[in-house]
Design a protein around this ligand. Structure first.
Ligand code: ADP
Ligand code: MG
Length: 498
């Protein structure tokens, strides 16, 4: 079923008779929309790495052709996104039943696929550990090539680590939720490969500083010199592993990996379900640990919770130091905002900072994003950052962070505030002392939740929706007439909203 029935129907009608130019522009419109959908579904990074280079081809009966610039990319996209692309195209234009992924300029070329390559790659030779490869230098220069056309070449020419110069220990704000992970990272940076700290396994939710800490370790080690460090995401690890199979340079890839002093693999959860790459990582892991090299891994869960990862790998991952980064606290968020504002030379009132720290609680990345936007806005328009400006500029972000208050929470808070029992919210008692707070709670339920009047009524001891309507108009009336009553209700509202 198309999610965009209108447009699809329109295009369906016109496709058959369209001249080539019109057809091309119709397809481009759809392709644009599909790209936007893909971007929002897979995220910017993944989109840029794998999908951005797809070139819209032609349509022939029910088959649409998309082109990719390299065989590797084509196989990759086919293996990972084929069904998604088919599904999205079919949703946009129901008469497209098949999406063909072809190699640019070499359509119809031999068709070995990714899985085959992976299976063929099961040569498990014993590997010697060569002397340090020059390919892993200590330079902090990021040579991040997202141009996948050169990716096969990249594998041949070596693995570059990519460290972000902003992610240093100095820039990392330490607080209760991350102090343990920070201390462990410091320790590993000072003394890599010390017993008990190898591997170092950092885990925690998204945007809480795992990547930051790994890069910081990398920089610290780079300062020492003569230590070869390699950092890569698990995704990149897989990408390079497969690319090396493609370019028949697996041995080089393995040897290079096994030649580093410190190997960091970020977001290991990506390897779940990627059995061949997992196996390759397991061997690399063992070879490095056995040779006394340091391994640092990050993931979104602890080793024991990473179900889908091979047991033997999970066991080994948990053998060193496992450090958890917890969700941020209000205090940490304030400290981070202060540090980041100071770093950007921005003057931001404590009121605005408190507001942000209250409202944006999800993770540091979002908090940082909000602050950056605020600062950019202030610079652009030369306006001071007031609370009002903050609310205006961050309107969309704040909206998505609005807390979803439940009716039960409202009942609890109002009962607490008015010194009645929570059960009185649903009881049949009509005494003013309980009836009024119940009305206030109903009023707030309408204001702060998206529940309908009958739904609210049901939550208040199965009362009728007219009772809820009456409560709402009664409370509104009273608020108009009695300012201290109005203040009370406002206070409750604010407490429930933050
Ligand atoms: P993760 O890898 O856990 O998803 P990142 O390390 O990418 O998170 O952090 C997201 C953003 O938040 C980065 O810009 C990082 O610099 C910043 N950040 C996270 N934690 C802190 C912290 N404690 N101090 C300063 N910046 C932080
Ligand atoms: Mg990360």
């Amino acid at each position: 079923m198309s999610e965009f029935p209108k447009e699809s129907e329109q295009v369906n009608l016109s496709l058959q008779d369209a001249d080539p130019t019109t057809l091309k522009s119709i397809l481009s419109i759809h392709w644009n929309r599909i790209c936007n959908r893909l971007k929002s579904e897979v995220g910017d990074v993944e989109y840029r790495t794998w999908l951005q280079q797809i070139i819209l081809g032609e349509i022939e009966e029910d088959e649409l052709t998309l082109y990719l610039p390299t065989r590797f990319l084509r196989d990759w996209v086919r293996a990972q996104y084929n069904s998604k692309l088919n599904q999205l195209w079919n949703m946009e234009l129901p008469q497209i039943r098949r999406v063909e992924l072809s190699l640019l300029e070499q359509t119809g070329s031999s068709d070995t696929n990714l899985e085959d390559s992976l299976t063929k790659s099961s040569e498990k030779k014993s590997l010697h550990i060569p002397t340090k490869s020059k390919l892993f230098t200590n330079s902090a220069v990021s040579k991040n090539s997202s141009n996948s056309a050169s990716s096969e070449e990249e594998v041949k020419t070596g693995l570059q680590h990519q460290l972000d110069p902003r992610f240093t220990f100095d820039n990392f704000v330490v607080g209760k939720p991350n102090e343990f992970a920070y201390a462990c990272s410091r320790r590993v940076a000072e003394k890599p490969s010390s017993p008990g700290f190898n591997p170092l396994f950092l885990y925690g939710g998204v945007g809480l500083g795992k990547t930051h800490l790994m890069h910081a370790i990398g920089f610290e080690l780079a300062k020492v010199g003569n230590i070869s460090v390699s950092y890569m995401s698990a995704e990149k690890f897989m990408y390079r592993f497969i690319a090396s199979i493609r370019s028949q340079s697996t041995i080089e890839f393995k040897e290079e990996l096994r030649s580093v002093d410190v190997l960091m693999i970020d977001d290991l959860q990506f390897l779940i379900g990627k059995d061949n790459t997992q196996e390759e990582f397991f061997h690399t892991f063992n070879a490095l640990i056995d040779a006394g090299r340091q391994i640092i891994v990050s993931a979104d869960k602890s080793p024991s919770d990473l179900s889908g990862l091979e047991d033997r790998l999970r066991t080994r991952l948990g053998c060193g130091m496992v450090a958890d980064i917890h969700a941020t606290t209000y205090e940490l968020r304030i400290s981070i905002l202060e540090a980041k504002a100071a770093c950007a030379n921005a003057i931001i009132s404590s009121k605005v900072m408190e507001f942000l720290a209250h409202k944006i609680t999800s993770n540091v990345r979002e908090l940082e994003g909000a602050l950056n936007r605020l600062i950019a806005h202030a610079n652009l328009f030369g306006r001071p950052i007031t609370l009002e400006a903050t609310q205006e500029v961050l309107h969309d972000i704040l909206k998505s962070h609005e807390r979803r208050v439940t009716i039960e929470e409202i009942q609890r808070k109002v009962a607490e505030h008015c010194n009645i029992r929570q059960t009185d919210m649903t009881s049949a008692r009509r005494a003013r002392a309980v009836a009024r707070p119940r009305q206030i709670a109903m009023y707030l339920a309408k204001l702060l939740t998206s529940r309908s009047l009958p739904e609210i009524g049901r939550k208040f001891g199965n009362r009728d929706h007219t009772t809820v309507m009456h409560a709402i108009s009664r409370v509104s009336d009273l608020m108009e007439k009695d300012s201290s009553f109005a203040e009370d209700v406002e206070l409750l509202r604010r407490m429930l909203e933050t």
